[in-house]
Design a protein around this ligand. Sequence first.
Ligand SMILES: [Zn+2]
Length: 451
Amino acid sequence: MWCIVRVRVPRKMESSLMELMRESARIWNETRKFILSQVDLNELLDLVSKKKSKEAYTILNALKWDAQKVIKSDVLHSQSVQAIQDYLTASIKTYLKNKLKDDSHNLPREVKWYPLVWKNQAIKFVDGKMILPLAKGKGKIVIPLNKKHKKQLSKFLNEFNGVIRWVVITRKYGRYWMHVFVKAEDVKSDVDPERRLFIDLGEVHPFVGWNEADNEFVFFNGRYIRSLKQLRLKLIAQKQSLLSKKQKGSRRWRKVKRSFDEQIWKLERKITDLECKYVKSLLDYCLEHRIGTVVIGDLKGIRENNDKGEKVNQKIHNMWRFRRLIDRLKYKLSAYGIRVVEVSEEYSTQLCPVCGKSNKPNGRIYRCKCGFVFHRDFVGAIGIARNYYNFELMKGFKWLAPEKVNVKVFKVDIAKSVVKSIVVSVGRPRSWTGTPAVRRSSPARVRNPVL
Ligand SMILES: [Zn+2]
């Protein structure tokens, strides 16, 4: 698994780093010019289209090695220079691959600055300081880590047997960040693949899950994160309306843009941070309950549940956010040996877990003619379980309601910006007196589990 530590670079180093980033850009631009002047792109595209991409890549690699002999830097470390040239060649390869599928792709562009990259052997971490060498005789860059980052990094290195593979320094919204990429071993854990947690993903509450093994529910309250997302949208709208009144590129324009970008960036980081904490809490829950398989609904539902009047960009942003959250979840859980399975979300929120009839939930409460009344999000989570086992919709899977339904509620503590959890009992689903059927232990036909 990959672990990343992100550190803000001290302000006093910013100007010297910008100098280096310009040098980094020079290497990028000159290598780009060198390769593109010597290669016939149409010929390469032709090779790729004839499924001879390997030949095309060999030509590119040979050119890269030629470039490495000629284009050097007397400021940057030789491995940093090579890394830039590797990235450039890789992005030309990506261009070749994508161009055939979709004509809108462009070649990598000339840049004004480019991130600084260091590779494994060059990097040293001594006394809580990251030491990054430059070219011979040019000294090195030393970036101190604060207590929190030091602790984080030593955990990755010592507990997870990690190795620092890359360090990248880059700039975003006028700030400088150092990313330390550590490749670590997967963790051994005591989970059981037969113990499953079924999760309904939602816009309001990111995860609502049913822990089948202990017949317990988890509920991640998403209202606070949602309010941050709405604030972010409001700021973006304000920024656009203010900027449209100023002359583009003027001093006032730049000032307004910078101040808004900073606020939006802060919010963005806060949202991501809280999402990470939710994923971590879910992981801890799984480890505590030895859950070895987590089943989630696919994304289709999210798209349909979106409010109609929303702008297209916003929809795309939401989808992207969700996908990223799921990827993060998969990645984090898989490092602990927990499998994440995606199944169809079809009917998951509509069918009654007791009698199997279809009902449209009204508000937050799900009601069925058979007398079953329960929180709709929990019905969704049970629905994911039904889809996973793929029982016949009318008679198959029935949920065995316990006398007392335990719900573990996860919530953001706003003041401390941490995730807290409490256990609440919601009592047996109202007015349901039917005899619960026992679920067959092995499904007759398993068609659904999509990996
Ligand atoms: Zn019913």
